[in-house]
Design a binder for this molecule. Structure first.
Ligand code: UD1
Ligand code: CA
Length: 450
């Protein structure tokens, strides 16, 4: 049987934030979500999260996850004290307890798998992940005997100068035999620089204690401050981009682009510099994105081109061209072959195939039939100050430059709207609608003299 415990009760003082540290985000997911995700595939029987500082906030941020148990640590008197809170909930539990620090978000699932395998094969009381870090400052140091078994972990601040030269670092990830751990947990003392109960002290009380060195030290990076948060973001972004490059995506300037975990690409996508993909976003095969785009929670089918534009919560079908300088907002749905040009904003609107809005328009709460040509500066006036109303434009219609369509309004198919019109009434199919003052020409006129 396997139980997993994630330590997430600490305040994260060094972050200098009102937000609990484990709720800081990396590539759109919180640290604690990432840590939980890294062990999900091990299929643990129990998943416990130790919460304390702003416990309610941490708990509610994870309300969408099933099968998570919460243990409250109040006050937060160290990592050993945190795990002591499990003595009740895990009473009588037989098996391994995998303990993960809530601030170590780059762990690969395969690394945890091999830790667990090695632990089971060795019959150790505890197995822990280690790495040799170029700069181990701030981490606990792991001391081993001549057989390579772990004798003790000493925190950086409790180390002598000589001990600090040891670069074998504690990752904060442990696999314990729960029964053995439960016996020694009550014996922890606060005899250290911070006056806290250290989980790391249990290692010297348990035998055999073994360590598994990770191949890639970047995996065990712990996040205590904003510098480390930024470094982890860079590492994670590099990992995400490498993954997608291996799947057939080209990045012209990879380091200038950011991805979320929920971003998916088809093959032969070309991503130009300065593009940012967030949330759950799918980019179809053969798309060309950028330079300079932000695309969030959006679905793009194949062969779409987007240039210098912002797209959020939208869907764009095959072969559409968007931008430069367009904004597609929540609920914009473009069918195949639409063209949205510069300074055009589309919100909560459906554009059937082949519509064109090439310049300076606002389409909000509108339904456009196929092949509508939206003239430069056309505005759907959708808001009467209290409520939003819809504009319907029939297939094949054309609106002249600077038309204002005051919603609610329905234009039939094949309507032509004269330039500069303000329309407030419905227009039947095939008609020409003009809503502007007739032009006056005065020839017997001379400018005032002063
Ligand atoms: C800890 C380890 C250190 C290791 C490093 C790896 C101890 C004593 N030290 O140090 O050996 O090299 O992680 O990153 O364990 N937490 C609680 N309750 C508490 C205190 C902390 O739940 O009372 C949680 C925090 O929210 C955090 C995790 O435990 O997720 C680690 O705490 P932190 O204070 O960051 O430990 P480090 O000093 O980094
Ligand atoms: Ca830490």
């Amino acid at each position: 049987m396997l139980a997993v415990a994630v330590l997430a009760a600490g305040k994260g003082t060094r972050m200098k934030s009102d937000r609990p540290k484990v709720l800081q985000s990396l590539a759109g997911a919180t640290l604690v979500e990432r840590v939980l995700a890294s062990c999900r595939h091990l299929d643990p029987q129990r998943q416990l999260l130790i919460v304390g500082h702003q416990a309610e906030r941490v708990r509610s941020s994870l309300a969408h996850l099933e099968g998570l148990e919460f243990a409250l640590q109040q006050p937060q008197n160290g990592t050993g004290h945190a795990v002591q809170q499990l003595l009740g909930p895990l009473e009588g539990f037989e098996g391994e307890l995998l303990v993960l620090n809530g601030d170590v978000p780059l762990l690969r699932p395969s690394t945890l798998e091999s830790l667990l395998e090695r632990h089971r094969a060795s019959g150790a009381a505890v197995s822990l992940l280690t790495a040799r870090l170029a700069n181990p400052s701030g981490y606990g140091r792991v001391f081993t005997d001549e057989l390579g078994q772990v004798e003790a972990i000493v925190e950086h601040r409790d180390c002598s100068e000589e001990q600090r030269r040891n670069d074998l670092t504690n990752a904060g990830i442990y696999c314990f035999n729960w029964r053995a751990l439960a016996e020694v947990l009550p014996q922890l003392s606060t005899d250290n620089d911070q006056g806290e109960l250290y989980l790391t002290d249990t290692v010297a009380m348990l035998s055999p204690a073994v360590h598994v060195e990770v191949a890639d030290p970047a995996e065990i990076a712990g996040i205590n401050d904003r510098m480390q948060l930024a470094q982890c973001e860079i590492a994670l972004q590099e990992r995400l981009r490498s993954h997608w490059m291996a799947e057939g995506v080209s990045f012209v300037d990879p380091a200038s682009c950011t991805l979320s975990e929920g971003t998916r690409f088809g093959r032969d996508v070309l991503v130009e510099p300065q593009c940012h993909f967030r949330g759950r976003t799918n980019i179809g095969s053969g798309c060309r994105i950028g330079p300079g785009c932000l695309i969030e929670d959006s679905q793009l089918e194949d062969d779409v081109e987007v240039l210098y534009s912002v797209l959020r919560e939208v869907s764009v079908a095959v072969g559409c061209v968007v931008g430069p300088f367009a904004q597609l907002r929540s609920g914009a749905r473009l069918e195949r072959g639409c063209r949205i040009g510069n300074f055009v904003e589309v919100k909560n609107s459906h554009l059937a195939a082949g519509c064109k809005a090439n310049h300076l328009s606002y389409l909000g709460d509108a339904d456009l039939g196929a092949g509508v040509n939206v003239g430069a500066g056309t505005i759907t006036a959708n808001y009467d100050g209290v409520r939003k109303h819809r504009t319907v434009i029939g297939a094949g219609s054309k609106t002249g430059a600077n038309s204002v369509l005051v919603a609610p309004i329905v234009l039939g198919a094949g309507v032509t709207v004269g330039a500069g019109s303000t329309l407030t009434r419905d227009v039947p199919a095939g008609a020409l609608a003009l809503g502007r003052a007739p032009q006056l020409i005065k020839t017997d006129w001379s400018p005032p003299r002063g």
